[in-house]
Design a protein around this ligand. Structure first.
Ligand SMILES: Cc1cc2nc3c(=O)[nH]c(=O)nc-3n(C[C@H](O)[C@H](O)[C@H](O)COP(=O)(O)OP(=O)(O)OC[C@H]3O[C@@H](n4cnc5c(N)ncnc54)[C@H](O)[C@@H]3O)c2cc1C
Length: 382
């Protein structure tokens, strides 16, 4: 895929937002265990970063998916994985279904303010008893006249403490399995909705991750996104965008890690020469950079296929799986070649080592990606 001058100019704008409005503050946010979403998101909204592909009628930019790819890659350069993940949740994980399938009223009420950064959004799929197997989720919405009455729990919900609304995947019938689920916009101010706890995590510490409790929460049936009963299928489509936004961001995260490591290793000497001049180190880092280039090109191929309207499920699963594996290896090698200082909290490598671990779990674990690919390839996994 050939990027244009327009893409490059957009990338420069996003990089400048990251350098001036995000990176100077992330150390503080990491130590506080939360970032100020209601302050940061309106700033991102002004630059159009929270609704790149969405309809201008809803406040979006109406751009094509290649600009999402470019933006995510630049957001990957944020010096804390928690902040880039939280932005991705707002822009590419909690809102795509609403943008594509939501009614005009629902989009005006919830999508428009999310694109402007005035409302914080979260995506609620995972539950205490089930994550990888979405077909086993139990949170239930029962119809009562023009309302849904929802009871259940959601776990590990990013932006969960600060969210104004959650795109919630729930059961709306007793059919079981993949049938009878719906996506519903649930305002967090609803009676019966509560944040049970803010979770203490290994990494991505600046991102607030919550356990949510819904105890007979009443919301209008009109808050259903798209067709009642099609929630699983809509969420699977949303997952594809989620997985690609993660894979795009990881390319940027790896770029910056390898750049910083190379510069450090040019200064640091052992056995009379800079570490970067030891062939083993230079080759090892070059190998990782080459693999990141392959991932970038694969991502670009997925982006083109998506824009052409093709089914990208297999390609996106490969991207997410490889991105998770690669970023963990890069984080490990960058820390290793820094030596003792790399293990210290004062060096960025320590945070990256912790943050990168999530990439192979969140949004579909590596094994789930392999399951999707293996099934498409015809293995009888059941
Ligand atoms: C920091 C963080 C943020 C998150 N944010 C959100 C969010 O915003 N919204 C949301 O809904 N969820 C969120 N999640 C949840 C995340 O998507 C799940 O943790 C993930 O899908 C795995 O589900 P699980 O934790 O229930 O693990 P389980 O489903 O119990 O699986 C455990 C492990 O088993 C292995 N495994 C699973 N299935 C198979 C298989 N078929 N074959 C072989 N091995 C397998 C995998 O290694 C997996 O990691 C977040 C998680 C974390 C840690």
């Amino acid at each position: 895929m050939r990027l244009t001058d327009d893409h490059r100019s957009f990338a420069a704008t996003v990089r400048s937002v990251v350098d001036t409005q995000i990176n100077p503050y992330v150390d503080q946010w990491e130590s506080e265990g939360i970032f100020p979403a209601h302050d940061l998101f309106p700033q991102l909204g002004k630059y159009g970063l929270l609704g790149i592909e969405y309809d201008p009628e809803d406040g979006g930019e109406g751009a094509d998916h290649s600009y999402t790819m470019v933006a995510c890659e630049e957001l990957g350069r944020i010096a804390a994985g928690g902040v880039s993940m939280a932005i991705n949740v707002q822009a590419n994980m909690a809102t795509p279904s609403l943008a594509k399938y939501g009614s005009k009223e629902l989009r005006q009420k919830y999508l428009k303010p999310a694109i402007a950064g005035e409302m914080v959004a979260a995506i609620g799929v995972t539950e205490p008893d089930t994550g990888s197997d979405v077909s086993a989720l139990r949170t239930r919405a029962t119809r009562d006249g023009d309302d849904w009455v929802i009871t259940g729990r959601k776990l590990y919900i990013t932006n969960g403490v600060q969210a104004d609304w959650v795109c919630l995947l729930v059961r709306t019938s007793d059919e079981g399995g993949y049938r009878g689920m719906s996506q519903i916009v649930v305002p967090t101010s609803s009676e019966g909705f509560s944040v049970a706890r803010k979770l203490d995590k290994l990494g991505n510490r600046s991102s607030d991750t919550a356990e949510l409790v819904l105890d007979e929460v009443r919301v209008p049936v009109a808050n259903t996104i798209g067709t009642i009963g099609r929630g699983f299928q809509q969420q699977m489509e949303q997952f594809v965008i989620e997985r690609m936004s993660a894979a795009y961001s990881i390319v940027g995260q790896i770029d910056v890690a390898l750049e910083k490591t190379r510069e450090y290793l040019k200064q640091r000497t052992t056995f009379g020469k800079p570490l970067a001049s030891h062939q083993y180190i230079a080759f090892r880092l070059t190998e990782l950079a080459a693999r990141n280039d392959l991932l970038r090109h694969h991502n670009q191929a997925v982006c083109e296929a998506l824009m052409a309207g093709e089914d990208i499920t297999r390609m996106a699963s490969i991207a997410k799986w490889e991105a998770g594996r690669l970023v963990r290896e890069v984080a490990d090698m960058c820390l290793q070649f820094h030596g003792g200082i790399g293990y210290m909290e004062e060096t960025w490598t320590a945070r990256m080592f912790r943050d990168a671990r999530l990439a192979s779990i969140g949004g579909g674990a590596d094994e789930v990606m392999l399951q999707v690919i293996a099934r498409i390839d015809g293995y009888p996994l059941g």
